[in-house]
Design a protein around this ligand. Sequence first.
Ligand SMILES: [Zn+2]
Length: 475
Amino acid sequence: MKRRIVLVVFAASLLAVSLAGAEEIAGLPLHSEKIGDGAIRVWIGDHVSSTSIVAFATEKGIVVVDTFGVPKIDAELRKVIARELGRDDFAFLINTHEHADHTGGNSVYSDCTIVGHELIADGLIEIAERRDRLLEWYPGRIADLEEELQGLETDDPKAAVIEEDLIYNRLVFEAVKAGRKLVPPALTFSDRLTLDLGDTTFELSYIGGMHTASDVAIFVPEHGLLLTGDTMADVWLTDRPGCLAAFMVRDGLIHDFPRWLANWDLLLAEKERIATLVPGHWNGELSVAGAEARVEYVRTLWNGIHEGFEAGKGLAEIQAEYQLDVRFPELVESPGFTPQQNYASITELWKEITGQPSAARTLYTLLDEGADEAAIQEVLTNNGSPGYFFSEAEINAYGYIFLQQEKVDNAIRMFKINVELYPESWNVYDSLGEALLSAGHTDDAVTMYEKSIVLNPENTHGKEVLAGIQGDETT
Ligand SMILES: [Zn+2]
């Protein structure tokens, strides 16, 4: 399969008539690639995972897909598109999804009809609400990158990567500070929309629910192109694929998996007419087989969890049955698949299918609010309907969140709950030992580490901690 992707890229670069040369925008190298007759893809950067903007010359004007996200850069890129296509009759801008690195330059196309899924508007409101947090976050991020860069020799290949990251983050920070206007699409749809622009057709399909609530795919049959936004990629061209690394079922996103599966099936049924899939960032690629494998992955989980739940299985049993290396060995090496992401996806699908809320999350909230023991016990006795689901890993994770927040008592309580629920698990004792140690309860910590090592003699980390404590005591 890899060979085929290479051929596609090679064919595409043969078509590229050296459009941009050594041109730069804001210090980032400009790339422009011809991907069809009257169709181009432009982006800036050699390392940073920036958005790739696709533009089509059609009978009824230029159609642009997505923006870089920083208006002053998008104004420059708009000029590049006009120059490369030899015209400037911009008519439509389509957003593949709500993320600001795709929509943040919409204001530059306010003379065009902006098209996108109906949920983009809500997504943009949320992004606007996060502005204060971003204003706080970026200076720290920029300072970290500056420090990292200073620590590197100029000829270190990593320096070029950090330098681009720095430029990129400064650009976005500047745009957020300046109050970048987030313009929602004016022409929206729920499931499907076709734009007939004479010689070119744009078939938009809703496929949201994984990357964002508002993801769409755009099929352009005359060019044999399927634009897939940030939904998935099976080849990463850099080790920082950004948004393209995020193929998993997410908490807090609007989900409709039967619809997600049906829409992907409809798209992939057109595979004979699809020559190239184009992800939303330049540093990822997607093959038909890669897309099919990902759709089948979601289908397997969706159906398997339904069947397992109906058969009376619990989440832990399902997690064991659908471990990445057990159930999907062919995906273990595939970009975007990690055991953690798989675990999280299964948990989210479980919640969706069973309607059960997470005990871990509820306990975390209760403890954080200082709720009394009766409230905790009510969750632990699980008398509600449909009742909570319990996940050892999730309770453990929330314990560590408390620990990070330096709420050690809550961390200890959380880990103790795990010990009560999963007394056969070595890891719950190890975690409790860690929390007890940080609270200064050394003797109790030692007991927990010892218990953990009895259950798992391979727990070398636990042995090291114990040796450390005993070393301290003898000095
Ligand atoms: Zn994205």
